[in-house]
Write a protein that binds this ligand. Structure first.
Ligand code: NAP
Length: 217
């Protein structure tokens, strides 16, 4: 199976949170947001989970640096049951969008989404991420930026689909057991079962520390 090269990027606090207990995500400095938009510009696609769409209503476009509409990557939302609101900004006409659903999504909702975006069906109750990556590759997606959130990050690591991890660590501590860490989900039982990473580059940018890792295989 051929699949895109996948880069997970996130902004997090020193204590590893990507959102606070109230799901506030104003974490990264201006310079880091610009770095992320430079990455968006270079990638074929950008992908998030439905949790991120419902919490943040992101546009997932290149808008923090100068650019044109053609710079916007394909937007992909992982949404098993087709819960993407029809007025979500990710469905605007700034860029092409794919809503990836499972067979648990209602045909009625799929038809409505299809008026505004493409729909890819993969998996029974949850989106089968391996199948989705295969479908995206067939559609010409060779590079994909995974922008979270925490649950989708886990799903992608669990399926061994992540190739690189870039994090911007903001000099802040927010705590909260109900705040979201970079990766949630079930987790591995033992540390040695975890995803092994190799640090390739590190530098400061504005107030943040950027760490760039590749996944060791
Ligand atoms: N700081 C940052 O860089 C950053 C970046 C992105 C997001 N965030 C924050 O992260 C939060 C959202 O994270 P989240 O964990 O709640 O949601 P999420 O990861 O965005 O979305 C998770 C949802 O995706 C769906 N999904 C479908 N198939 C899946 C699969 N195979 N594996 C995993 N998920 C699958 C599931 O819902 P269904 O079963 O309904 O499909 C699941 O609940 C937001 O508050 C957002 O602001 C922060």
């Amino acid at each position: 199976m051929k699949r895109p090269h996948i880069l997970l990027n996130a902004g997090m606090t020193l204590d590893g949170k990507i959102a606070s207990i109230t799901r506030n995500t104003e974490i990264s400095c201006k310079e880091d947001l610009e770095r992320v938009h430079e990455i968006r510009k270079k990638m074929d696609a950008i992908m998030v989970g439905i949790g991120t769409i419902l919490d943040d209503d992101p546009r997932l476009t290149v808008h923090k640096i100068p650019g044109k509409k053609e710079d916007n990557p394909l937007r992909v939302v992982v949404d098993s049951r087709g819960r993407t609101p029809l007025d979500a900004r990710v469905l605007n006409d700034d860029a092409r969008t794919i809503i990836a659903v499972s067979r648990a999504a209602s045909l009625e909702k799929i038809e409505k989404i299809k008026e505004m975006a493409e729909v890819v069906v993969c998996g029974e109750n949850k989106v089968d991420l391996g199948c989705l990556m295969d479908e995206l590759y067939k559609k010409g997606v060779k590079t994909l930026l995974l922008e979270g959130g925490a649950t989708l990050n886990w799903g992608m690591f669990k399926e061994d689909l992540v190739d690189e991890v870039h994090v911007a660590i903001s000099p802040t501590v927010v705590g909260g057991k109900d705040a979201l860490s970079l990766v949630e989900g079930d987790g591995f039982e033992k540390i040695k079962e975890g995803v092994a990473l190799k640090l390739k580059k590190h530098y400061t940018l504005g107030s943040d520390l950027i760490l760039e890792y590749e996944v060791k295989r």
